[in-house]
Write a protein that binds this ligand. Sequence first.
Ligand code: MG
Length: 410
Amino acid sequence: MRRPKITDLRATTVTVPLEAPLRHANGAHWGRFVRTIVEVETDTGLIGLGEMGGGGESAEAAFRGLRSYLIGHDPFELEALRFKICNPTASLYNNRTQMHAAIEFACLDICGHTLGVPVHDLLGGKVRETVPFASYLFFRYPDAQGRHEVRSAEQLVAHASALKQQYGFTVHKLKGGVFPPAHELACMRALGAAFPDDKLRYDPNAALSVEEAISFGRAIEDLNNDYYEDPTWGLNGMRRLRRDVRIPLATNTVVVNFEQLAANILDPAVDVILLDTTFWGGIRPCIKAAGVCETFQLGIAVHSSGELGIQLASMLHLGAVVPNLAHAADAHYHHLLDDVIVGGKLRYENGAIAVPKGPGLGVALDRAKLAEYAELYREVGGYPYDRDPGRPGWYPLLPNTDWADPNAVP
Ligand code: MG
């Protein structure tokens, strides 16, 4: 085996349509995702694939700016890569965690292709063949044809039923924090009545005050809850909630690095840590964090910050190797209309996706799709994720005190 050396990297922004705009506490995904596809080239002819959320000129330039750090680097030297790019004290002056994650995916992809093994074999080996996923339910604006709106409890239950039938989900997560808590409580109770045997999650992106979160939590305690995700902001807020609500608390906001994980172990505020291969800086940091959680018997799950197939592959390899994955993973993936990988979107079966078996990440770039969605990005540009297209000028306070009107027809 000849050890590869990195010779170049390339970042391409794409935008891929969603079935309909997805609403959340801070604004919306305006009917598509914007993602950066990263290709790391080597002197052995292999090209590794990475992916990061967002994109545009500045993101592409930031990746180009890492060339001098990466050219000549051996992709197998992953710990060295971490300190080259995001040494924790140097990172006070930059914010490269997410870029490091995309490059780590690509390096692991190269290592796997070099050795002819899937990435999970480089990470301890898989302990499961498939990774279960939750349905990720959003309140939605209608699409351009006026279809697919989700605003009422009836629309939400119909949407969840359709997803369950199509994909086999047995866990349902509602992304809330859009409408007044009383409306979203009615929606959760409607889901509970419609799917009494399925698990439920509620995640309002920390939009509730501590007191609202306590009363909401108490009002859903009798449902078949998987966990209660970031109902309010902050470790101290979550700690107060944990005393007063008998549902496991989960977070992808207040424990997203090792310092915060240490703080949460010394003085627990959260029970389930949602590991995001981008937010934590790669698949390997997530595995390290999963090991800490295993030691201290905290729960884990795999978080979704929006993904195309490359990022999804990173989540599948993570989910494959962590023994303590007792909760289904999250993915926005089923809301997408297409992907940039060869063969189109990865498929769900019985609410799960098979762990890729091919070498590396096990997904290949469809260059025609990459070109198509890069062109679409050039045509339509980005969108402000933290603004709501239906509420011009509005921005959320934390906790939110100005909810959307559930009766307003868009
Ligand atoms: Mg969340």
